[in-house]
Design a protein around this ligand. Structure first.
Ligand SMILES: *Cc1c(COP(=O)(O)O)cnc(C)c1O
Length: 389
């Protein structure tokens, strides 16, 4: 029987123990035992798939990874303690001194820091193109370009990058295409179907969906994942089995949750688009989004994030946050509870105005992570806060 990705993910699970439990058990153990010296030797020699130590592999973590692979259509994967450790592992395992990484500045802040502050210490070069000028990609490729790293939709500006277009360039030049699919989730977009070699996730966000645990995962081509596995096995960013157990269960509701997150988000976007206090509003599935056609081509839904620019700038942004009665002010996204954030006064406050412009953070930019509350309650809270700023 050929199954849809979500069905495969829901039905993928560890073999049952002798208790015949329906829900998957949690294998909260650091190591695994062997009956004989010979069994142990064979496991260490990679002649068997037996688990040895949870820094290398663990059945609960494997179940989570297998489910993400089913959702993304990936050959293999590895789960890590956070999204950043997954991203960092892809760089450390696959790039070396003298290699060049190509990306754009409108990527997640910590990824930007790793690329610009830490990779250069190891002789790994980088350059950025303008995310909204896709014609720049090919010209920016150098003989030593080894990886293209992209995020779509971008954080927090919600720009959309055409994955198929970039993957065609990457293939032509034999470059690894690594895509952060955190914002769309695998039920909103499958980068591998469009030619990506690797997909990374912060599982902390929509995959958990309830703001409980940190986690990361990278999936993609087996031979690349094998190198990432070897790096992680020795350097130790393993995902906790407890977090994997939480996240694995969360994946069973991912499709149902994202359907509601995105229908709530589309509703808010439509209601707020022409609000007198708002200069411009972005949502990938609104016809007014500059890359709407690309979004429609590569995404199954518009996702759970909406961003808009307040006419009143930085002061209006602060006033807006202070006037919210229900929405949470917190440094996370992808939760069942709606969250508002104002990057210019928080996550990007240390940058100069000019630097913020370069990463598309305008003074009055507000990002809403749309939750699962009743859509009118979310809308009404935003409307009353807009009235006050
Ligand atoms: C949060 C986030 C990350 C980092 O994930 P952590 O789990 O916080 O380490 C990476 N990329 C994007 C797009 C994110 O939103």
């Amino acid at each position: 029987m050929s199954l849809h990705p979500i069905t495969k993910a829901i039905r993928t699970r560890n073999e049952r123990t002798y208790e015949m439990e329906h829900s998957s058990p949690l294998f909260l153990t650091s190591s695994f035992t062997f009956d004989t010296a010979e069994d142990m030797r064979a496991a260490f020699a990679d002649e068997t798939d037996d688990n040895i130590y949870s820094r290398f592999s663990n059945p609960t973590v494997k179940e989570f990874v297998d489910r993400v692979c089913a959702l993304e259509g990936a050959e293999d994967g590895f789960a890590t303690s956070s999204g950043m450790s997954a991203i960092f592992a892809t760089f450390m395992a696959l790039l070396k001194q003298g290699d060049h990484l190509l990306s754009f500045s409108a990527i997640f802040g910590s990824t930007h820091t790793v690329i610009t502050k830490f990779l250069p210490r190891y002789g790994i070069e980088h350059s950025y193109i303008n995310v909204n000028k896709p014609e720049e990609w090919e010209a920016a490729i150098r003989p030593n370009t080894k990886m293209i790293y992209l995020e779509t939709p971008t954080n927090p500006g919600l720009d959309i990058v055409d994955i198929s277009r970039i993957s065609a360039i990457a293939k032509k030049h034999n470059i690894i295409l690594n895509v952060d699919n955190c914002f769309a989730t695998p039920v909103g977009q499958r980068p591998i179907d469009h030619g990506a070699d690797l997909v990374v996730h912060s599982a902390t966000k929509w995959l958990d969906g309830q703001g409980r645990v940190l986690g990361g995962v990278v999936v993609g081509k087996s031979e690349l994942i094998y190198d990432i596995y070897l790096f992680c096995r020795s350097s130790g960013p393993a995902m906790s089995p407890f977090n994997a157990w939480i996240l694995s269960k969360s994946l069973e509701t991912l499709d149902a949750r994202m359907e509601r997150h995105s229908s709530n988000a589309l509703y808010l976007a439509q209601k707020l688009e022409n609000h007198p206090k708002i200069n411009s509003l972005k949502y990938p599935f609104l016809a007014s989004h500059p890359q709407h056609e690309i979004a429609k081509k590569q995404m199954f839904n518009g996702g759970g994030l909406v961003c808009f620019e307040l006419k009143g700038g930085i002061e209006a942004g602060r006033k807006f946050l202070d006037s919210l009665e229900m929405l949470s002010l917190t440094a996370n996204l992808g939760d069942s509870r709606s969250i508002a954030s104002h990057p210019a006064s928080t996550t990007h406050a240390k940058l100069s105005e000019k630097e913020r412009r370069e990463v598309n953070i305008t003074p009055g930019l507000i990002r809403i992570s749309v939750g699962l509350e009743h859509r009118d309650d979310i809308l009404n809270d935003i409307l009353q806060a807009l009235d006050k700023c």
